[in-house]
Each structure stands twice: as C-alpha cells, then as structure tokens.
Ligand binder design. Structure first.
Ligand code: SF4
Length: 256
C-alpha cells in the first residue's frame, strides 16, 4: 500500500482508508463513475488494455461516449485469431482512433528456436511470460494506471477484484470498472447498443485468446475463462494476479 501512496498525484492522496472508501462507493456506483474518477486522477497517464473481449467492447464504447481520451493498447502475441485482428480494425474505424500494438521481444519462430517448438504446450507459463507478461510490464513502465475489463464472476481467481487496486507486478494502479458486473449484464449492454464483438463468441468460444490455447466450450455467450488452456488447471496468463499473490505470496505464474 505504501507504493500506492507514492504513485498518487499530489492533489489526490490515496491512503488505504480513502481507497477502501472509494471501493465501497464504487460498489453502488456504475462503471462511468469509476472511469471518470480515474481519468480525473490520472489523466492520460492512464491506459486501457483490451483483448477485444466483451468487457473491452463495453469499456471502449463508454470511454468514447464520455469523451475520455486515453491510450488504448492490446498485447499482440502474434498468435491471435484473424477474427480478433479484424475486430481491432473495425473498432479503430468505428471510433476513429488507433489502438497501440504491444509485442513480445521474440517472434514466434525466434521463440521456437530458443525454447523449442510450441512452448505453449510444454511450458505455457513461460510462453505467457514471454509473450504477454513481460511486454505488458515494459509498456506500463511509464504509466501510472491501467484500466482492465476483469470481473469477479469470470473465475475463482478474480472473485476478490476491487474497482481500484495496486498492481504490484507492474507498479501501477489498476482500475477495474466492471469488477461487480456479470457476463450477462455486459452482453445485454452490448446487444442493446449494437456494439461490435468478436464473431467467434457466436461459434461457442466464451473467452478468446491465442489460437493454440483457446477452444470452444459450451456455447454460452459469457466471457468466463472456459475453453482457455483446455486440459490444464491454468486459468490466467499472468497479467491478472489472483488476490493472494497481490498480497505478497510467491507468484506461481512466474515461469521456472
Ligand atoms: Fe503462449 Fe498460450 Fe499464453 Fe498465448 S495464451 S502466450 S500461446 S501460452
């Protein structure tokens, strides 16, 4: 928590008490209030990260409606579905802005040369570290806050997600405006506004990431982590640490 205090802009100190107070208020406020508070506090030193899932579609639209202009980025592992890249192009055209592409140091071929073919099968934690965790850390190194679309209902490891919290892995404040929303609420909003979304959701993919680690699941249009890293107990790539790890326990997702 000390680190959090040090990062706050001079005119707004986030003591642990204020943080608790803010999170309590945001439980009964909506995502817009969270976004506006965060923008007021961090300005364009804040960025939105999206994997082009339903929550990202919602947040991009809300930022656009609110007139909040902050950088938006995605982690391009070079292993994403064509549908995802096309959706990115569609979003850029619709909202008339560019989404920053954050890439790993190694191409897929270079990674295969160094670590062997299909590292995602042999050591998915290392693969995620190289292609997601480290590029994210580099990108956030000059930012003070990042906005994510994670929600408590997505998985057990996200059930304690707060609206505003410290991200010790990236040394920034993490803003989760949709922490208390359900997948149904997000989807209902997307449909009511006719927002664009990844067509793979209609083909039975609840959660969409890299091609080798994403499989269709039960066909429900939620974005729960079902279908990711099928056949293993892995549910996170490592960019969203479960609460017990944020609180200082060893990061089990750091590669060995
Ligand atoms: Fe590698 Fe799979 Fe992680 Fe993508 S999701 S970075 S392919 S292990």
């Amino acid at each position: 928590m000390q680190k959090l205090k040090e990062k706050i802009i001079p005119n707004q100190k986030l003591s642990p008490e204020l943080l608790d107070n803010l999170n309590a208020q945001f439980e009964v406020a909506g995502p817009d209030e969270v976004l506006l508070w965060a923008y007021h506090t961090f300005g364009s030193d804040m960025t939105l990260g999206t994997g082009f899932g339903p929550s990202g579609m919602f947040l991009i639209y809300r930022l656009w409606e609110l007139g909040v202009e902050i950088p938006i980025f995605y982690l391009d592992t070079n292993l994403l579905f064509d549908e995802t890249y096309k959706l990115k192009d569609r979003i850029e055209e619709r909202y008339d802005f560019e989404i920053t592409r954050v890439t790993p140091e190694l191409s897929v071929d270079e990674q295969a040369e160094k670590y062997g073919d299909e590292l995602w099968n042999k050591n998915p934690n290392r693969c995620c570290y190289l292609r997601k965790v480290r590029p994210l850390r580099n990108y956030l190194s000059d930012k003070r806050a990042w906005v994510t679309g994670i929600r408590r209902s997505q998985s057990e490891s996200r059930r304690d997600t707060q609206f505003v919290e410290w991200d010790p892995e990236n040394n920034v404040v993490k803003i989760n405006p949709l922490a208390s929303w359900t997948g149904d609420e997000v989807w209902n909003y997307i449909r009511s506004k006719g927002l664009p979304y990844n067509p793979l959701h209609d083909e039975g993919y609840p959660s969409i990431g890299c091609i080798p680690c994403t499989q269709p699941a039960d066909g429900k249009t939620d974005d729960r982590r079902t279908g990711r890293w099928n056949g293993s107990d892995k549910t996170e790539c490592g960019i969203h640490l479960p609460t017990q790890q944020k609180n200082g326990k060893k990061n089990k997702l750091t590669p060995n």
